[in-house]
Design a protein. Structure first.
Length: 402
């Protein structure tokens, strides 16, 4: 078996003591940051109905880690090939979700327009009147997220909302009756808009293209979509990728009012109270993300938590050199330094992380042709996560030609 796996199987109280002594503040922040990322990823993918696929992807990744620890060479090599193209596959599969993430975190959120009670009553009346006449209709009330990146076509109208106008738009003889209208406050901003189609076969069983479009835009943004079926004369609502039939006027009115209340006008999406409420309602989900992040940190970091020492050849650099002076015969050009720290700290070292700096401004070089410098620990630059144990030689010399 892999040595790392043998180390993990020996986990006991002594091991826990080693972890508690070795863990640093930055490790805690590292785990918490990873937890937030995992939490947001799982929450978003659950909202967009992609969670099942991502669980499968994580299962493959965990199997890949397990085969490494168990030293299953054949399975490991097969999974290694798959994991090599893992992120490319994810980008292809979840390209729509990735686009929405960038739209979602976009600072420039649209302001939600206010809707009066009279307007809502007129809207409900118009919807159920079309349902009685079996006139198909598709009405989108945007939330905070901009819907334009997901729509095509459409004609600008910017007309005041009225029952006769909306009935004429969705009349069978109207050239734009098959599209959707976009409401902006008390105005019909656009009509004959084409929306993205949903592929949720389970929810869409028995429904047509208009319902596919209404559900599709609700999967990609936080809008509320009202759908009137011309075949059945029923009214449906689509929100957050969920489709439901509304049978009564009061129910539709209540759903619209609740939707608008959850999107306060002219306020950003995330307020302090909303942030608290959001995490309170998803507390167990977040705790699971913390546990998962801690497990990943334990698997990747525990085998290398012990303090080790390593030697490095550290280059010597002279700074603040007078342009009229020529420095020659620098000896030595490198210093061998011994550092102590955790293995993962050494793994993070870059090429320029270690250097010896000699500042010539600190020395009186007048009338000198040969200079000898005794190095101090302060002259050696290295990451704070490491400790300098020793270095040799302590003397650096060079010649000066003017």
């Amino acid at each position: 078996m892999n040595n790392d796996f043998l180390i993990l199987t020996k986990f006991n109280i002594t091991s826990l003591n080693i972890i508690l002594k070795s863990i640093q503040i930055r490790d805690i922040f590292d785990i918490l940051l990873t937890s937030f990322l995992i939490y947001f990823l799982f929450w978003f993918l659950n909202k967009t109905k992609s969670l099942r696929a991502i669980f499968i992807a994580f299962g493959v990744f965990l199997l890949y880690i397990l085969t490494y620890f168990l030293n299953f060479s054949l399975t490991y090599k097969i999974l290694q090939t798959l994991v090599g193209s893992f992120f490319v596959i994810l980008i292809i599969i979840f390209q729509d979700e990735i686009k929405r993430i960038f739209y979602f975190i976009n600072i420039k959120k649209r302001d939600v327009q206010e809707f009066s009670k009279h307007f809502i009553e007129d809207l409900v009346t118009a919807v159920f009147k079309m349902a009685e006449q079996k006139t198909g209709a598709l009405i989108v009330i945007p939330g905070h997220e901009v819907i334009s990146p997901h729509t095509t076509g459409g004609l600008s109208l910017n007309a005041d909302f009225s029952i006769p106008l909306i009935l004429s738009i969705f009349d069978d003889s109207s050239p734009g009756h098959d599209g959707a209208i976009i409401l902006e406050g008390h105005k019909i901003k656009e009509f004959s808009v084409h929306l993205p189609l949903s592929n949720d076969i389970e929810q869409l069983a028995g429904f047509g293209t208009r319902h596919r479009a209404g559900l599709g835009i609700s999967e990609k943004t936080d809008c509320l979509t009202i759908i009137v079926s011309e075949e059945r004369g029923t009214v449906s609502l689509a929100q957050n990728g969920k489709l439901k039939i509304v049978k009564e006027k009061d129910e539709l009115k209540r759903e619209i009012e609740d939707f608008i209340k959850n999107l306060p006008a002219h306020k950003p999406v995330v307020t302090k109270n909303l942030f608290k409420a959001f995490f309170k309602s998803h507390l167990w989900f977040f705790l699971a993300s913390v546990a998962f992040s801690s497990f990943i940190w334990l698997v990747t970091s525990y085998p290398s938590l012990g303090i080790i020492q390593k030697n490095f050849s550290v280059p010597v650099q002279l700074i603040n050199v007078n342009p009229n002076v020529n420095i020659t015969d620098l000896k030595p050009i490198e210093v061998v330094a011994t550092f102590s720290g955790r293995e993962q700290d050494f793994n993070l070292l870059g090429e320029s992380s270690l250097k010896v700096i000699i500042d010539l401004k600190k020395f009186d070089l007048a009338d000198k042709e040969y200079v000898v410098v005794r190095l101090k620990k302060e002259d050696i630059i290295y990451p704070k996560s490491l400790n300098l144990v020793d270095f040799t030689p302590e003397i650096v010399s060079f010649k000066i030609k003017k």
